[in-house]
Design a protein around this ligand. Structure first.
Ligand SMILES: [Zn+2]
Length: 404
């Protein structure tokens, strides 16, 4: 197999080649060509996509045994002899911008923060490098960002060179390949960064467009930098611009007032929630007075049955607490809403009825649900039940226990 086309020309998108072998593996079908412009996944850069004749190339990998480049097709194709290849340029160019930007950032972090890159990850949504450092201040990150973008705007030429290991060792190369090779491919960003790499790169720093550091986060003893270059940086800017525009419109405020305004709204919301809680508790106290009037005598007890059409668990508990302040009271409460029925049975402290048994008996009567607990307050749940039926079930179910 000849040297891959992208090794010397990353901008060539079409080529002619001959099929020299077809491969079938785990139900997949692949082709090996005598030459190719398709980049196989390696060095952190994902594979190219595109077509061979009219067939979609869905993945490109290096065969383990001999490093041959395998073009995996969407489906089995009867291809032999000459084929025309075409790579998906927008995908390739995106990878070129991100990968070149990565080289530049890696060099800048060494120069300004003494932080070498230990790994590089490029996926359709994010690009990251992990730096071997414990701490990185925001000021330092800003400094690196300004510095690399200056190099972008200086539009320095980027050249590909092939050298021997001895020659590479004599040069100030940032990173050498982990396995010894006869010929080493170097990516040379003029007077800035020189590193061994098999990836595809733009031919001058201006082609990166811009480099934006999006976030940094500590991970174990490393710092992960998420960034975006060129087209990705533009679309990231577009997305964020759209979000801030929507927010400034919704809040009728300027961009610079957005953060303080949201902070104020959060404070207001907290205050309102506090007030709402206070009002709910007052409402429940008032409701308890009204509901208390519906108590009926069963045996020696005051029995109260009440079904709330809406509310929440806290309201239910507060209501039960309030109702059972009166001695000899048994409150059988339910809350129907959100596709379920919550049950809360409570008795005043002087009542010696086993509330857990009472609840379990009623749940069994209802035919579905569960519940339990210890002491004066027990709770359970069941499916949505007709309020009238629920009331009857509460009455019948408690009559026996309270009359004993
Ligand atoms: Zn590289």
């Amino acid at each position: 197999m000849q040297e891959p086309i992208y090794y010397t020309d990353a901008y060539q998108t079409t080529f002619d080649a001959n099929v020299i072998e077809s491969v079938e593996e785990n139900g997949r079908f692949g082709l090996i060509l005598n030459q190719t412009a398709f980049y196989p996944t390696s060095g952190g850069q994902p594979f190219d996509m595109g077509t061979l004749n009219e067939h979609q190339v869905v993945e490109v990998t290096n065969r383990k045994s001999d490093k041959a480049i395998v073009h995996w097709l969407e489906e089995k194709a009867d291809l032999s002899g000459p084929v025309s290849g075409k790579i998906n340029w927008s995908r390739r160019f995106d990878h070129m911008q991100q990968h070149t930007g990565q080289h530049m950032l890696s060099q800048a972090f060494i120069q300004l923060a003494d932080a070498p890159t230990v790994s590089f990850h490029l996926s359709p949504k994010t690009v990251t490098i992990d730096l071997d450092t414990n701490e990185l201040s925001q000021d330092k990150i800003n400094e690196v960002e300004t510095y690399v973008n200056q190099i972008v705007w200086e539009n320095r030429p980027i050249q590909i060179k092939f050298v021997s290991l001895e020659e590479a060792q004599a040069l100030n190369v940032r990173k050498l390949p982990p396995v010894a090779r006869e010929k080493i491919r170097l990516v040379d960003i003029t007077d800035f960064d020189l590193t061994a790499c098999g990836g595809t790169h733009v031919t001058s720093t201006g082609g990166v467009g811009m480099i934006k550091i999006i976030k940094s986060e500590r991970q174990n003893k490393k710092v992960r930098i998420t960034f975006a270059c060129g087209v990705r940086a533009l679309s990231d800017y577009g997305q964020k611009n759209q979000i801030t525009s929507t927010l400034t419109q919704q809040l009728t405020t300027g961009l610079e007032d957005l953060v303080p305004n949201i902070g104020k709204m959060q404070g207001d919301l907290k205050q309102l929630q506090k007030e709402k809680k206070q009002l709910q508790s007052e409402l429940v106290t008032y409701q308890a007075q009204e509901i208390s009037k519906t108590a009926v005598s069963v045996g020696n007890y005051r029995r109260i049955i009440h079904i709330l059409p809406d509310g929440n668990q806290t309201m239910l508990r507060t209501l039960a607490g309030s109702l059972t302040q009166t001695p000899q009271t048994i409150a059988l409460l339910a809350l129907i809403g959100n596709g379920k029925t919550q049950l809360l049975f409570s008795s005043s402290e002087d009542v010696d009825i086993n509330m857990n048994q009472l609840l379990k008996g009623i749940v069994a009567e209802l035919g579905s649900g569960s519940g339990g607990g210890k002491g004066n307050t027990v709770q359970g749940g069941t499916a949505v039940v007709d309020p009238q039926k629920l009331r009857e079930c509460f009455e019948i179910g408690s009559n026996n226990s309270l009359n004993e």
